[in-house]
Write a protein that binds this ligand. Structure first.
Ligand code: HEC
Ligand code: HEC
Length: 421
């Protein structure tokens, strides 16, 4: 590119020329990619997505009848203290399973932004801070959270036993529903009254309730394994990269979008964290995002990994279907100091549909997200792993244009995207 640039520099130093130089957009030449680039770009294509691996902690994860049960539960507002909150309130299929809000709204406004669930079953950790190590265990938390569904586990189990359809579905997947579940509101994680009620139950009743409750989570997890991104224009581009004619090769993306892709993998350093076909390394990083208004900067993954280890519903716990030797993610999880303030790298699939962005919805638009990385502000806690990029305004636009090429209708079968008939 530099011939034109230096010509402009020689021609003069007036403000308008300086502006032109600043905005000079190098167009991709016929073959801007070397072999390493091509390999990297192809590794981002959905064609490179490995088959979903088994969830050893959930023996019904791939049972169709479990997914159908989970499907019904996911859209059911009766699973809440006030009868108005379903998982699908916040994870709306038409918004790639997000809600368009800065902070999620259940029975009250919560402390975090709702993440997308596209390809979520490929993730080894759940939540922005990774405090859950399985999808079924994650699913239990919003049910009992006072600002989300605000229902207790005993009431959830009663609902399943008393609803004939749910009872049948449950029994076809897990065997008989528990008998003798007392008609009380009880949970070890509830308010004082609910905790008192829980402590009055026999150990047998507690185990029965926990078993049926965790089975509910396992069905919800089976459903969420169906939530997968569809092929976007970027995937067509990536898959055609090895074709001979550059015309055919580039047809799927515009020159601006291709320039954005080049920035994404090179100068922008984005692919160092947003990599693989889901555009996430499934790891945790501190990217200097400002704290949520009114909140101290969160410890994030540093605390999250410790919470996951202590969770009775983790891979090593009594309700997991895995052998302890199979819980390698949990047993070997890193817990070092560099995880202070580190959030989970989110997928960028359908990112144009999931605004606002970041763990607290702090950033409203994709353009502002790219500007955030360009500036790489000092982190309020620990240090920002990303470095300032020195992108020109035109390059910021190119990166945004590239991010917009990752949107496509989901590959999930239509029937899963709305409540079951
Ligand atoms: C009130 C809105 C709300 C409801 C209701 C809700 N969620 Fe979420 N969900 C969120 C928010 C916010 C987060 C991120 C919270 C955090 O990281 O601390 C989240 C995180 C998740 C994650 C982890 C995603 C990731 O990238 O790690 C999964 C999976 C999920 N929810 C599934 C469910 C299921 C299943 C239900 C129903 C049982 C449900 N959610 C109910 C708002 C909601
Ligand atoms: C060091 C790892 C890292 C690098 C480098 C990085 N990201 Fe991120 N990205 C993350 C993490 C972690 C988050 C979530 C941060 C948070 O919520 O606090 C994120 C969030 C995002 C989001 C918001 C997605 C959402 O659903 O909220 C977008 C968009 C994004 N990054 C794009 C980019 C682009 C474009 C680049 C390159 C200019 C880039 N990222 C570089 C790790 C990284």
């Amino acid at each position: 590119m530099n011939k034109k640039l230096s010509l402009a520099l020689i021609l003069g130093s007036s403000a308008s020329v300086a502006f032109l130089v600043w905005n000079y957009v190098p167009l991709p030449s016929d073959d801007p990619w070397d072999d390493a680039d091509i390999q990297l770009i192809r590794s981002l294509s959905l064609s490179a997505l490995p088959e979903l691996s088994e969830d050893l902690s959930n023996s019904v994860a791939d049972l169709e009848s479990a997914a159908e049960f989970g499907h019904a539960l996911f859209f059911d507002r009766r699973l809440s203290g006030n009868g108005t909150v379903a998982c699908a309130n916040c994870h709306k299929p038409e918004l790639s399973y997000t809600d368009g809000l800065e902070l999620a709204a259940g029975t009250a406004i919560g402390p975090r932004h709702t993440p997308s669930l596209l390809g979520i079953a490929h993730s080894p950790w759940f939540y922005w801070d990774g405090r859950k190590d399985s999808q079924w265990s994650q699913a239990l938390a919003p049910l009992e959270a006072s600002h989300e569904h605000n229902i207790d586990r005993t009431t959830v189990v009663q609902l399943i036993i008393q609803d004939e359809d749910y009872r049948n579905r449950y029994e076809s997947v897990f065997g008989p529903v528990p008998d003798l579940i007392p008609n009380v509101s009880a949970s070890p994680l509830g308010n004082k009254l609910q905790i008192d009620q829980w402590n009055k139950l026999t150990t047998t009743a507690q185990v029965q309730i926990n078993t049926a409750f965790t089975n509910t989570g396992k069905a919800l997890a089976a459903y969420q394994r169906k939530i997968i991104p569809g092929r976007s224009r970027f995937d067509d581009f990536a898959d055609r990269l090895t074709l001979n004619s550059s015309e055919e090769k580039n047809a799927a993306l515009s020159s601006t979008e291709i320039a954005g892709l080049a920035l994404f993998i090179d100068k922008g350093q984005c692919a160092s964290c947003h990599n693989g076909p889901l555009f996430t390394n499934h790891e945790f990083h501190n990217t200097g995002v400002m704290a949520i208004r009114g909140e101290l900067p969160p410890m994030a993954r540093y605390d999250g990994v410790r919470i996951a280890r202590d969770d009775p519903f983790n891979c090593l716990g009594d309700y997991s279907d895995a052998e302890s030797t199979e819980c390698t993610e949990l047993r070997f999880a890193r817990d070092a100091n560099d995880l202070v303030g580190a959030q989970k790298t989110p997928t960028l699939r359908n990112v144009s549909k999931t605004a606002p962005y970041m763990h607290g919805g702090q950033i409203k638009t994709l353009l502002e997200v790219v500007r955030h990385y360009n500036d790489a502000p000092t982190s309020m806690l620990s240090h920002n792993e990303a470095k300032p990029l020195g992108l020109r305004p035109s390059e910021i636009k190119q990166l945004e244009a590239f991010l917009l090429t990752l949107t496509a209708p989901l590959a999930t079968a239509e029937k899963w995207l709305s409540p079951p008939k």
